[in-house]
Design a binder for this molecule. Sequence first.
Ligand code: PEP
Length: 253
Amino acid sequence: MTSGVAGETPMARRKLIAGNWKMHGRSADLVWAERLSGLLGRAPGSEILVFPPATLRAPMASRVPGFVAVGGQDCAAETEGARTGDISASMLADLGARYVITGHSERRRLHGESDGLVRAKSEAALKAGLTPVICVGETLDQRKAGEAEAVVLRQVFASVPEAAAGRVIIAYEPVWAIGTGLHASPEDADRMHRAIREAWRSGDGDQLRILYGGSVNPGNAAGLLSREHIDGALVGGASLDPDSFAAIIRAGG
Ligand code: PEP
């Protein structure tokens, strides 16, 4: 058992609220940055991160306030080469990114990404000096079969590189909750996060940041984010609206 003392969040586990825009957004939508800034005023207690599509990464970075980091939604496992359409982790780092999502369930499902590829991409991210936000999560059928925890831990072992806990972030995103309006209960999500933390092999699981993702919105954020083992949220749909995203950030404290 490696978790921290109940009720205390170690400094290393400062809350992190991240917005994943997926394949949404045109240049006109960059006004989001000024609206979010106006709504938040000064830097909140949580760390804030946004993952716009690659086309908007640079202009977004120049418009968000300094306390908002801008990351990439995916990276290649290779550094460079004949890979039309791909973007390497070092290219993201070159543009000032510090984070990249790997293994999102949409990429696993729509692009056939295996645990091995997710691990290779995450290793490439680490090598480029980025923090990978590595997504794992069970399908509805797996949950119904009582296999949720086994599936998620298997994904963690197979997708996450051996690294100090502070160098990677895990996002627990049950597939059935993404974009469906359904979300894991705070109790269920907290239990899964705790299981991931306890299974973490390097003995520093108390420093591992584990985000919850899956239909997080202003109405359910406070309940989820108040749980001991939920260190933040990866927010899809609700992050596109600055009012909703700001409300979720406020719920993080
Ligand atoms: C996501 O894209 O990672 C996600 C959790 O989406 P949504 O919040 O829309 O369910």
